[in-house]
Ligand binder design. Structure first.
Ligand SMILES: CC(C)(COP(=O)(O)OP(=O)(O)OC[C@H]1O[C@@H](n2cnc3c(N)ncnc32)[C@H](O)[C@@H]1OP(=O)(O)O)[C@@H](O)C(=O)NCCC(=O)NCCS
Length: 151
């Protein structure tokens, strides 16, 4: 069985991450510049998954710190189509939550398209609960706001 490893991402991975983003999203994709910004932003957490050394997926989140709490926000999770349904998405989520916890995050949240069955199922399987509906959040499609308390 192929070995999946997860490590911190950096700007040197930008080309490959943008390639995967293009494979994953026909619309609403992050631009190359947005990914570059997130990879270098101090408050972001970016991780990549490799299979036998090849980058096949990534996850990016951001931490918002207020006086009272730190909230983790998952911005995107992408797994290259030919590597899906092998637990890589779950592994990326598990790892970003581990980093969030280490940085004092108690609650993690995200938005997802209501019709994104794969992502919704993944998040719900990993303990995320619906906390609101986001009317026309994606223009022509509604979104769902999901939340999880990190224990
Ligand atoms: C969502 C995504 C990251 C899932 O990655 P993945 O590596 O295939 O996910 P996993 O293999 O870890 O799946 C874990 C569980 O999630 C659920 N799931 C994943 N893909 C699913 C699908 N297509 N249909 C239904 N459930 C699905 C299942 O419960 C699955 O467990 P199972 O395989 O034992 O049934 C991937 O489909 C993807 O990159 N999609 C395009 C990008 C995207 O929409 N990102 C989310 C933006 S908010």
């Amino acid at each position: 069985m192929a070995k999946v490893t997860v490590e911190e991402a950096s700007i040197k991975h930008l080309d490959r991450l943008y390639e995967i983003e293009m494979e994953c999203f026909e619309k609403e994709a992050f631009t190359r510049q947005q990914i570059a910004y997130l990879l270098t932003d101090y408050d972001s957490v970016s991780l990549i998954a490799r299979v036998d050394g090849e980058i096949v997926g990534f996850i990016i989140g951001k931490i918002y710190v207020s006086e009272k709490s730190a909230i983790g926000h998952i911005l995107t999770i992408d797994v290259s189509p030919k590597h899906r349904r092998r637990g890589i998405g779950l592994k990326l989520l598990w790892n970003i939550e581990r980093v969030f916890r280490c940085k004092g995050v108690k609650v993690c949240c995200l938005e997802v398209r209501e019709d994104n069955v794969a992502a919704l199922s993944l998040y719900q399987k990993f303990g995320y609960k619906k906390a609101g509906r986001l009317e026309s959040y994606y223009g022509n499609a509604h979104g769902v706001y999901l939340k999880k308390v990190l224990t």
